[in-house]
Write a protein that binds this ligand. Structure first.
Ligand code: FES
Length: 141
């Protein structure tokens, strides 16, 4: 089932109360948003109000919300598909924004569709790409 941003955004609720807020920063664009400890990184991101933030399955299955946690700590809210985040990628910080909640302030690198849509107007942003396997079985970017 596909969920659109408006529907998922309504499930996420209003901006967090000041006592519960943590700051999530998108490294490439420098934008920050507030996120509660009990909601996903994707929920908070939708409050940026940026057109085109992709919202897919919202349950860790489609991979459109792939990010890399560059700093900070997150808590897993549910299972994530290994088809979209390998164990090797997870070990280097890659995850799915719909399945992670912040435990501390967080800095995120956005990848794939999220990168294209969040950094569309941010001059000088360089795409962060998830590693891919070369012919020798090694990760490369
Ligand atoms: S929206 Fe599908 S994996 Fe996050």
């Amino acid at each position: 089932m596909r969920t659109d941003a408006a529907t998922y955004g309504n499930q996420c609720g209003d901006a967090p109360a000041s006592s519960l807020q943590l700051t999530v920063t998108v490294a490439c664009s420098g934008e920050s948003y507030l996120c509660r400890r009990d909601e996903s990184l994707l929920c908070g991101m939708l409050r940026l109000g940026r057109k085109g933030i992709p919202v897919g399955c919202t349950n860790g299955g489609c991979g459109v919300c792939k990010v890399r946690v560059a700093s900070g700590h997150v808590r897993q809210l549910g299972a994530i598909s290994r088809a979209h985040v390998s164990a090797e990628e997870e070990a280097t910080g890659y995850t799915l924004a719909c399945r992670m909640a912040p435990e501390t302030d967080v800095i995120l690198d956005v990848v794939g569709k999220l990168h294209r849509n969040l950094t569309r107007t941010a001059a000088g942003c360089i795409a962060v790409q998830a590693p891919t396997r070369n012919d020798h079985g090694r990760d490369e970017r």
